[in-house]
Design a protein around this ligand. Structure first.
Ligand SMILES: *[C@@H]1O[C@H](CO)[C@@H](O)[C@H](O)[C@H]1NC(C)=O
Ligand SMILES: *[C@@H]1O[C@H](CO)[C@@H](O)[C@H](O)[C@H]1NC(C)=O
Ligand SMILES: *[C@@H]1O[C@H](CO)[C@@H](O)[C@H](O)[C@H]1NC(C)=O
Ligand SMILES: *[C@@H]1O[C@H](CO)[C@@H](O)[C@H](O)[C@H]1NC(C)=O
Length: 354
């Protein structure tokens, strides 16, 4: 048993020394443990902030704290630098459910990882995110095939089949929403195609327009996403299955058909979707390309930079829960730094490795 552990540890040591070597100001600052309670509080605060700034795709949850470094800040306070691994949840950003209550997207559905670098100010017992920079990438196709040979990897978001399936799903939603407003497609969030059965499966966000169903059928009407008290948004999952033509003995075969299954949730606009709609309107006006262009996932790229004092009032602040307890200093003088880092980071994996 011991002989198995030793090479693994050695690998870890070498890995960490290699990582430590790229830190520019190595001997300075404090290196609390990645799984330290205070580090976790900082990471949780940062993830909340990242989710609150994310206007595309899904909410993310913390999977692992990769690195943490805390430097003194003049004249007061401290600055923490965090490197976080996140995982996509199944909650769309417009879903009012807090990310903590959302299911992590399993690997069988092609999991997506978010890598974030966060700079956090610790001042007067409160945290404030100064900047955050994230990037998301889907897990490798080989990994999905290993976990589940029959699972389907995500398609490119600009695959016309996905758009077509989302439009079919939306048409079904509008046709069934007899007395409600006419809804519009806001975002195609993810999708894939399957062979058995032959079909396309998509998830997409929708919003109510200021048109009724009847008005929407009139080409002269201009239907716009409602932003007033009629504003409403939702999120749908649709599967469009191609049914093969059915041969009929001695007669015309029954032509191929589509079978659409649809599952939509409408969210109370007050509960949290409003910033999503506002952001959509903003993008619409500026013709900003989608963060999904040419990719399989909507990138969590929307970076946030709040180093300017004028922005400070907009940034969420929260009491640093463990602020009464100073950041742990573990005999920094006595232990050589790479060995110290080895014990303390990266932290535990909360869900699965991707
Ligand atoms: C989220 O989960 C917590 C803890 O399980 C629960 O107390 C709370 O009611 C949930 N919130 C929602 C909105 O479901
Ligand atoms: C739509 O409105 C009509 C007339 O008010 C009503 O009879 C019908 O039940 C409504 N349909 C639905 C699906 O709510
Ligand atoms: C919807 O809003 C747009 C822009 O405000 C307006 O031009 C259009 O007439 C409205 N449509 C209806 C049916 O009210
Ligand atoms: C944030 O903005 C400041 C000032 O414009 C710049 O120096 C800094 O590099 C930016 N940080 C990030 C993470 O973009």
């Amino acid at each position: 048993m011991r002989s198995l552990v030793a090479p693994a540890l050695l690998g870890l040591i070498l890995g960490c020394i290699a990582k430590a070597a790229v830190l520019p100001t190595l001997p300075q600052g404090e290196f609390p443990a990645c799984d330290d309670v205070e580090t976790e509080h900082m990471a949780d605060f940062a993830v909340k902030h990242i989710n609150s700034k994310n206007n595309h795709g899904y909410k993310y949850a913390l999977n692992r704290i990769e690195k943490v470094k805390v430097l003194p800040r003049r004249p007061f306070g401290k600055i923490a630098f965090l490197e976080l691994d996140l995982l996509e949840t199944e909650c769309h950003v417009s879903n009012p459910l807090p990310a903590e209550n959302c299911t992590i997207r399993p690997q069988t559905q092609h999991a997506v990882e978010g890598d974030c670098d966060v700079k956090l100010l610790i001042l007067d017992g409160a945290y404030k995110v100064l900047s955050s920079k994230c990037h998301s990438t889907p897990g490798s196709v080989e990994d999905i095939i290993n976990v589940c040979p029959d699972c389907n990897p995500l398609s490119q978001l600009d695959d016309p089949k996905l758009k077509e399936a989302a439009n079919s799903g939306l048409a079904k939603f509008n046709a069934e929403n007899v007395n409600g407003s006419h809804y519009q497609l806001i975002e195609l969030s993810r999708g894939f195609t399957s062979h058995m059965p032959l079909g396309t499966h998509v998830e997409f966000a929708i919003a109510a327009t200021n048109c009724t169903r009847q008005q929407a059928q009139d080409p002269a009407e201009h239907c716009h996403v409602a932003t007033d008290e009629h504003a409403r948004n939702g999120f749908c999952k649709a599967s469009v299955i191609q049914l093969p033509p059915v041969p009929v003995l001695g007669g015309e075969p029954i032509p191929p058909a589509e079978e659409i299954t649809l599952d939509c949730a409408l969210y109370d606009h007050q509960a949290g979707g409003s910033h999503f709609i506002e952001h959509f309107m903003y993008h619409l006006g500026k013709n900003i390309p989608s963060p999904g262009t040419g990719r399989r996932v909507l990138d969590l790229i929307h970076s946030h930079n709040d180093t300017h004092a004028s922005h400070e009032s907009h940034s969420a602040e929260a009491p640093a829960v463990a602020a009464a307890k100073p950041v742990v200093k573990r005999a920094v003088e006595a232990v050589p730094l790479p060995a110290l880092l080895l014990q303390l980071c990266p932290g535990r994996i909360r869900h699965f490795k991707i």
